[in-house]
Design a protein around this ligand. Structure first.
Ligand code: PLP
Length: 403
């Protein structure tokens, strides 16, 4: 398609061109109904079947166990910051009605801006004490930034918390947990309270569908906004274990905070992910992406291509570090596969780097406003070939600046 650039933006981000072309057809005529996808009733048999197929594609590709339901909702990841707290506190209230707010805890693992924001919402909503299970900043290179996954010895979890929260990939800071259980940068599952129904919650917004989810069955909730790897903004995917879909009104009668209907997992579940109008177009496009993923070979395909992509970028980053032109933000071992954050050293060099990239049609590389620098987002829709174009440019920039 002419006029398109390579978009390394952090989200909303690039979608496969084949999906965009298919969307154009569906906008005119969805499944031979003669009605466009943005116009058709969400209660039509064609759309309800489509929604179920899309959920099934997630279940199949992520190998979601039968104990877990896949719910679609709106409100983004930020909506889930609140929904998780309200539903999990209602669950805890039903399990332990005798406890006061001071005797309840919510554990937060804070490794970057997004988990910090989620913990702030927990403080704001109240209903339990917020325990910082770990804060990564004291373990950073300068003692105050998010640039690492802390060692397991740094964590301290509560005995019976209402929830244990972490963000698998910190989009802003470029920090991600390792999926190798033996690595010091892995999530310390072995340190969690011994509870067969762990209240473990993970924000997978910027890594969902980029590789398999380890220990998925041990999670109470895994959730993601669609707008990085799956589709356009508007759809939020929540994988919830059965025991976390609770009667929030019964919990409210026992003193828990009332849960707005749009945030109640029970309401969403009973309404089959559309107790009210769902984000029809976002679901449609996400379904097209997921079908394409399956045809390409599912998560094995993406895990491999994402591994190749990140190795190429980290490789050239390392070369730049050796000559003092680039400086990676994140400590070795904690680097994200999806978002690679670095600085270009030297007066005016960063602006020059970004300008040169734009001129080559490599866009969306400016770091988050809170971080500055450069951020390369390598979501699924970015191909190995497109990544190579960026790497080529980084090499040229290095060569031009080597003295
Ligand atoms: N969590 C992570 C890891 C994110 O990357 C983002 C957004 O980029 C959010 C949460 C917030 O998402 P939303 O804008 O959908 O509320």
């Amino acid at each position: 398609m002419s006029g398109r650039v390579i978009n390394f933006g952090a989200g909303p981000s690039a979608l496969p061109e084949a999906v965009l072309e298919e969307t154009a057809k569906g906008l005119l005529n969805f499944r031979n109904t003669g009605i466009g996808i943005a116009e058709i009733s969400h209660r039509s048999k064609e759309f309800t079947a489509y929604l179920e197929e899309t959920q099934a594609l997630i279940r199949e590709q992520l190998d979601v166990p039968p104990t877990h339901h896949i719910l679609f909702t709106q409100g983004g990841a930020t909506g889930q910051f609140s929904a998780i707290i309200l539903n999990m506190l209602a669950r805890h209230r039903l399990l332990h009605p005798e406890l006061t707010a001071d005797e309840r805890t919510m554990d937060y693992v804070i490794t970057g801006s997004w988990s910090k924001a989620a913990a702030k919402e927990a403080e704001r909503l109240g209903g339990a004490r917020v325990n910082t299970a770990v804060d990564a900043r004291p373990y950073s290179k300068d003692g105050k930034t998010f640039d690492n996954i802390p060692l397991h010895s740094a964590y301290s979890f509560s005995e019976d918390p209402a929830l244990i929260y972490y963000c698998e990939n910190e989009t802003v800071n470029g920090v991600q947990f390792s999926h190798d259980d033996a690595a010091p940068e892995s999530f310390p599952y072995h340190l969690l309270p011994k509870n067969t129904l762990l209240p473990l919650v993970a924000d997978y917004s910027s890594s969902f569908m980029s590789r398999p989810i380890p220990h998925l069955g041990e999670h109470a909730i895994v959730y993601a906004g669609a707008q990085k790897n799956v589709g356009p903004a508007g759809l939020t995917i929540v994988i919830v274990r059965q025991d976390c879909i609770v009667d929030v009104d019964a919990a409210a009668k026992l003193g828990a905070s009332p849960v707005p209907l749009a945030m109640s997992y029970k309401n969403l579940f009973e309404g089959k992910s559309m107790p009210n109008t769902p984000p029809v177009l976002a679901i449609y496009m996400s379904g097209l992406v997921l079908k394409r993923n399956r045809d390409l070979g599912g998560l094995q395909y993406y895990e491999e291509s994402n591994r190749i992509k990140k190795e190429k970028v980290y490789g050239v980053l390392k070369k730049g570090e050796e000559v003092g032109l680039f400086k990676g933000h994140v400590k070795e071992g904690s680097g994200s596969w999806m978002n690679i954050v670095f600085n270009v050293i030297g007066e005016g060099k960063e602006a020059e780097f970004l300008k040169g990239a734009e001129a080559k049609g490599l866009t969306g590389l400016k770091g988050h406003r809170s971080m500055g620098g450069v951020r390369v987002s390598l979501y699924n829709a970015i191909t190995v070939e497109q990544t190579e174009k960026l790497v080529e440019y980084m090499k040229e920039f290095l060569a031009a600046n080597e003295s």
